[in-house]
Ligand binder design. Sequence first.
Ligand SMILES: C[S@@+](CC[C@H](N)C(=O)[O-])C[C@H]1O[C@@H](n2cnc3c(N)ncnc32)[C@H](O)[C@@H]1O
Length: 207
Amino acid sequence: MSRHFRKWGIAALREQPNHVAEAQRAAWLKADGVVGKHSISTLTERASKDLHADRLLAALVRIREPSLVIELGTNVGLSGTYMASALSGRGLLKTIDQSADRQVLAKQLFRAAGVEDRIEVITGSFVDSLDDAAAHGFGIAFIDGDHTYDATWWLVDRLLSYAVVGSVLVLDDINHSAQMRRVWGELRRRPGLASLALSDLGVLEVV
Ligand SMILES: C[S@@+](CC[C@H](N)C(=O)[O-])C[C@H]1O[C@@H](n2cnc3c(N)ncnc32)[C@H](O)[C@@H]1O
């Protein structure tokens, strides 16, 4: 993957405004090598969130060197591309989404970015697919779909049943709604978990 990933220093992780201007996102996508057959504008239009979160996710993957990352919510593959790019050795990303249409675009992006060999794309609902995906444990799980209180708790509980000490769960959009703020507030107080909030990302580690 792009040599630019290796260049990120702590400056890239400093607190930044949530909204990233289109031009900056486009520049980052290009610099990070996440541009291939897609035009930059197609990608930036389709991806609703800024790229700070994706860069933080990639940094986390690079630091923890998980053999398996599970992503709940593929969409068009931006976060998946970033995380897969940061995998080391035989590391694998399993990404789940019920939208086969979005995953067609995601697969194109994975190919264009040269990370398709490190990614298993699973089409289906989280409820139907999670157990198979997590059956042998995981290093990092990224929860980025169905941002409701009940669904998030269900997903976290289910993932924790496969987790070991050191497993990491990352929730996106923890400030997105009252339901997400509530679930994050409860998770932070849950025994056995260390927590860290980074902007809209909530990071939990099994301790
Ligand atoms: C916010 S997008 C994911 C964005 C992606 N992680 C990224 O950052 O590039 C959420 C995705 O979750 C999927 N999704 C939502 N609820 C789902 C469910 N219950 N089962 C499977 N997929 C679901 C949607 O189809 C959507 O593509």
